[in-house]
Design a protein around this ligand. Structure first.
Ligand SMILES: NC(=O)c1ccc[n+]([C@@H]2O[C@H](COP(=O)([O-])OP(=O)(O)OC[C@H]3O[C@@H](n4cnc5c(N)ncnc54)[C@H](OP(=O)(O)O)[C@@H]3O)[C@@H](O)[C@H]2O)c1
Length: 294
């Protein structure tokens, strides 16, 4: 199969490129090569490469910045998604588009999970733009999979785990407050890439949730990860209101992979076992990366 990956320098895109590249012909592009907000640019590439599947990992993902850079966020998360949908509708193939738990308001009582059939009600501009991206795709083509995930971490790019590691290594005396009342399922991008790969040989369409099994708070995740890394820390739990951010986050980000399960497709693993594997594989790389930055 010929697979085009947009956002291939991001966390998920980089792992998709690695995973799919083992058995498929892959073309990965990122913002420095092609901007998905520009239809003519992206359409030309699609015509040249003729992908069977486009996996859209490109997005404006800086949640707080979205509140200020609304136009940029809208273009990447809505226009960009719509452009890719137009390409598959006109030139054939299927679009696998990555979306987010932030389309929900998180007001369900923990641990009640969000299902694919629940009605989105985003709290932030980022969540709203990702939801509008989903809607634009649904209006444009039938040949789509929208895959909602949450709390991503991987070896490429920036993420919460790398931030926790950096803070812990650099400020061994200072207390680091981490919220302990927002719940979600930390999801390894490598595992998610393997899950996305399962769709390649199928003809499924529609909306799917794909996150790791089980759930925790950001505080629990940080403590678990740093213990596995064998890095001492001074992390203390706090409430969301003690750690104000420019935009609200869902308190409950737990998604259930209901559609994947019903189709016998769910290969997502428990969040702890994937953090274990991530650390086993990348501990030295992570430590070196931070050492290089200082
Ligand atoms: N990170 C999470 O915790 C999380 C949770 C749920 C869902 N998701 C979704 O999962 C997907 C992948 O997330 P991620 O964490 O891997 O994202 P990421 O690391 O931020 O990667 C996104 C990539 O897309 C690029 N990009 C931005 N605008 C673009 C444009 N107009 N044209 C082409 N490329 C563009 C970015 O380039 P620049 O870096 O130069 O901007 C970046 O390389 C996204 O759709 C995101 O909304 C993420």
């Amino acid at each position: 199969m010929k697979i085009m990956i947009t956002g291939d320098k991001g966390q998920l895109g980089a792992d998709c490129k690695k995973v799919f590249g083992e058995t498929h012909e892959v073309l990965g592009v990122d913002l420095d090569e092609v901007d998905i907000t520009k239809l003519t640019e992206i359409e030309l590439l699609v015509q040249q490469f003729s992908p069977n599947i486009i996996v859209n990992c490109a997005a404006y993902t800086r949640v707080d910045d979205c509140e200020i850079e609304k136009e940029l966020a809208w273009k990447a998360n809505v226009t960009g998604a719509e452009n890719l949908a137009k390409c598959v509708d006109k030139h054939g193939g299927r679009l696998i588009h990555i979306s987010t738990d932030y389309v929900f308001d998180g007001r369900k009582k923990v641990p009640e999970p969000y299902l694919e059939t629940d009605v989105p009600n985003p709290l932030s501009y980022y969540g709203m733009s990702k939801f509008e991206g989903e809607e634009a795709i649904k209006r444009t083509t039938d040949h789509y999979i929208i895959l909602r995930t949450a709390w991503l971490y991987g070896i490429s790019g920036h993420n919460f785990l790398k931030t926790m590691l950096k803070l812990s290594l650099r400020s061994s005396d200072n207390k680091i407050k981490v919220v302990n009342d927002q719940f979600g399922s930390p999801t390894w991008t490598y595992r998610l890439a393997l899950q996305i790969e399962r769709f390649i040989e199928t003809n499924y369409r529609g909306i799917f949730h794909a996150t790791a099994k089980g759930y925790c708070t950001w505080y629990e995740l940080a403590v678990y990860f740093l213990k596995k890394m064998d890095v001492p820390h001074t992390i203390i739990p706090c409430k969301t209101e003690e750690y104000p951010t420019p935009t609200a986050r869902p308190m409950n980000s737990i998604l259930e992979n209901r559609n994947l399960k019903e189709k016998g497709m769910d290969i997502m693993a428990g969040w702890k076992s994937d953090v274990d594997k991530f650390v086993l594989k990348f501990r030295e790389v992570l430590l070196k990366e931070i050492e290089k930055e200082t």
